[in-house]
Design a binder for this molecule. Structure first.
Ligand SMILES: [Zn+2]
Length: 355
């Protein structure tokens, strides 16, 4: 079975492709009448900060079956790749082993989130005891699928945000993760950790409200990622109360995010869309629209939810003959109106028409 597809690439060429055995091929034969044609195409949407194990912030162990259903739903919404940034257990990894790859997005995932005692939601994730960073990161890298997730800072009652790991520990974490084939994502919402994590060589900064332009330059030079998760940050501010000390800090941080989006893109940072727990992965287009509303150029927004995520993961060969036939198609150009991203007309996964 094959589909003939005319792919108009936003800001790029128009390609004609067939799908053959799940891979892109040069056009041949008579196309199927139901074949999508002349549509705006992206290789897939990317949720670069997901927690697929649960639908809400309830911190319960995940359910493999329900997690699989969420992955399928995300695929139907055009999501082609998920970077899961960890949970209390390995549900997402079990799901990825069980659900065939053509029925779900590609998945990279951190396993159990690493923090320190008192440095995250109590009992959530794994606390790294003093002196144990090398062993715990090595274990997490082996358990995960390409990522290790560290909670870099966390507020303590009556004190405010506290740094969980020192500079040497962060650098050790990055080195050990690399040696075990994994990348490192660092959660940070407060002031000190962004610079430390960038200096340590972290691959992805999660939230990163207080990244400086200097940090972004260094991060961009090595092709690192930044996932600001704006909708999640706004949800946390609402939860804390705008006038609380935490709410004020995060509001200041969000202003910094808005001011930094263009700087980051210009510096070569992969600025990526992430849902975290405020919205679900199949709604990731909402985060793209939020970045647009914060002043990001529409072309950069489309990059953030698609191409940039693939490049950051070393998968930039979309639509090349011989590559897996994955595409999400739109009736209108999303680089004119990123709102279109929420309404794909067709989704093709490994040559199969998902919708
Ligand atoms: Zn998260």
């Amino acid at each position: 079975m094959h589909l003939r597809v005319v792919l108009r690439i936003p800001d790029g060429d128009t390609l004609v492709r067939d799908t053959l055995d799940g891979r892109w091929a040069d056009p041949w034969g008579v196309p199927d009448e139901s074949t999508p044609s002349d549509t705006w195409a992206l290789p897939g949407l990317v949720d670069a900060h997901a927690h697929l194990a649960r639908p809400t912030m309830d911190f319960q162990p995940g359910d493999v079956e329900e997690t699989g259903a969420r992955a399928r739903r995300a695929l139907e919404a055009g999501v082609g790749m998920i970077l899961d940034k960890g949970w209390v257990d390995l549900t997402v990894l079990r799901m990825a082993d069980q659900v065939p790859v053509d029925e779900r997005p590609d998945i990279e995932a951190a396993g159990v989130i690493l923090a320190v005692e008192g440095g995250y939601w109590a009992g959530f994730g794994r606390d790294v005891a003093p002196g144990r960073i090398v062993d715990e990161v090595a274990r997490a890298a082996r358990e995960g699928r390409g990522w290790v997730k560290l909670i870099g800072d966390w507020p303590r009652k009556g004190i405010g945000p506290v740094v969980n790991f020192n500079q040497a520990e962060l650098a050790q974490a990055v080195a050990v993760a690399r040696a075990n084939g994994a990348r490192v994502a660092v959660h940070t919402m407060a002031r000190e950790v962004p610079a430390m994590a960038v200096e340590a060589g972290a691959d992805s900064i999660e939230h990163g409200l207080f990244l400086s332009s200097r940090d972004l330059e260094v991060l961009g030079e090595r092709g690192g990622s930044w996932v600001p998760t704006v909708i999640q940050m706004e949800a946390v501010i609402e939860q804390l109360g705008e006038r609380s000390s935490g709410g004020r800090l995060l509001t200041e941080g969000l202003d910094n995010v808005a001011a930094n989006l263009k700087t980051a893109v210009d510096a070569g940072v992969h600025v990526l869309t992430g849902t975290d727990l405020a919205i679900m992965t199949h709604e990731v287009a909402r985060e793209a629209v939020r970045l647009w509303e914060l002043g990001m150029a529409p072309s950069a927004v489309v990059d953030a939810i698609s191409w940039s995520g693939y490049r950051a993961s070393g998968r930039d060969a979309a639509f090349e003959v011989g590559e897996p036939a994955n595409a999400v198609l739109f009736g209108e150009d999303p680089t004119v109106d990123p709102g279109v991203l929420a309404h794909p007309s067709r989704v093709i996964r490994m040559g199969r028409l998902v919708r």
